[in-house]
Design a binder for this molecule. Structure first.
Ligand code: PGA
Length: 257
């Protein structure tokens, strides 16, 4: 599976900045991309970012989506509208959404279902706080998040509704203590959690489990991306801080060759 380099711009780039960045990117990226590249921008920037990137191999997507299709939900963004803007991906259940907007695993699960049914691939984020890791519960905590968020996704449903495929599902393991802190998990930490998550998927979905893409996120940058993404069950990265400068994204792509 080709690695996925997913850029999480958070609340950092305006519509005009997103457009300019997208145009500059296309002038500088190599013709053959060593990884699938997806830029997750603010909802109001997606139209312009899409205009900048349309026709290229680079994908774009959103950082959140409403669990509702339509209705009296002030401030929410419907998956259908993301689809209309040709978003390929949407980040769901990021730890900042959980921390500042009260998102639970149940809500993240509902959004995951809404996203895929609406034609936008979810990148579901999971991961533990420092005290949970220090208490030795990182794996049980992270698997518990998957268990709750994906409780609706029974193996029977995968067969009946998704043609027996889990190719559309991406999980980003983002230990909260490593996000924006400069403290990266070691490649061993990332691989261990990747292996643990893969085993959980195999236990539940059998051979289909191999199709799920597993990312690592948390202080990924040009000088550590290769060591992380060359490990088993680390199929790419979700990158925040190091995704803002074009030069750093080009270096990360180079590292993945
Ligand atoms: P970071 O953010 O790369 O700045 O640690 C990662 C994320 O929040 O997805």
């Amino acid at each position: 599976m080709k690695p996925l380099l997913a850029l999480n711009w958070k609340l950092q780039k305006s519509p005009a900045e997103s457009y300019a960045w997208g145009r500059a990117l296309l002038e500088q990226i190599p013709e053959e991309l060593p990884a699938e590249l997806a830029v997750m921008a603010a909802a109001v920037s997606l139209d312009r970012l899409g205009n900048a990137l349309r026709g290229s191999e680079v994908h774009w997507g959103a950082q959140d989506v409403s669990q509702h299709a339509k209705g009296a939900y002030t401030g929410e963004i419907a998956v259908q509208w993301l689809n209309e803007l040709d978003c390929a991906y949407v980040v769901i259940g990021h730890s900042e959404r959980r921390e500042y907007h009260g998102e639970t695993d149940t809500i993240a699960g509902a959004k995951t279902a809404v996203a895929i049914r609406g034609g936008v691939k979810p990148i579901l984020c999971v991961g533990e706080k420092l005290e949970v890791r220090e208490a030795g519960h990182a794996e049980s905590h992270t698997l518990g998040q998957l268990e709750t968020a994906l409780s609706w996704l029974t193996p029977e449903l995968v067969q009946s509704e998704f043609a027996g495929s889990l190719e559309w599902l991406t999980i980003a393991y983002e230990p909260i203590w490593a996000i924006g802190t400069g403290k990266t998990a070691t490649p061993d930490d990332a691989e261990n959690m990747g292996n643990t998550m893969r085993a959980w998927f195999v236990g539940k979905y059998g051979t289909m489990a191999e199709q799920v893409r597993l990312l690592y996120g948390g202080s990924v940058k040009p000088d550590n991306i290769k060591a992380l993404c060359s490990r088993n069950n680390v199929n790419g990265a979700l990158v925040g801080g190091a995704s803002l400068e074009l030069e750093s994204v080009l270096k990360m792509l180079e590292a993945l060759v």
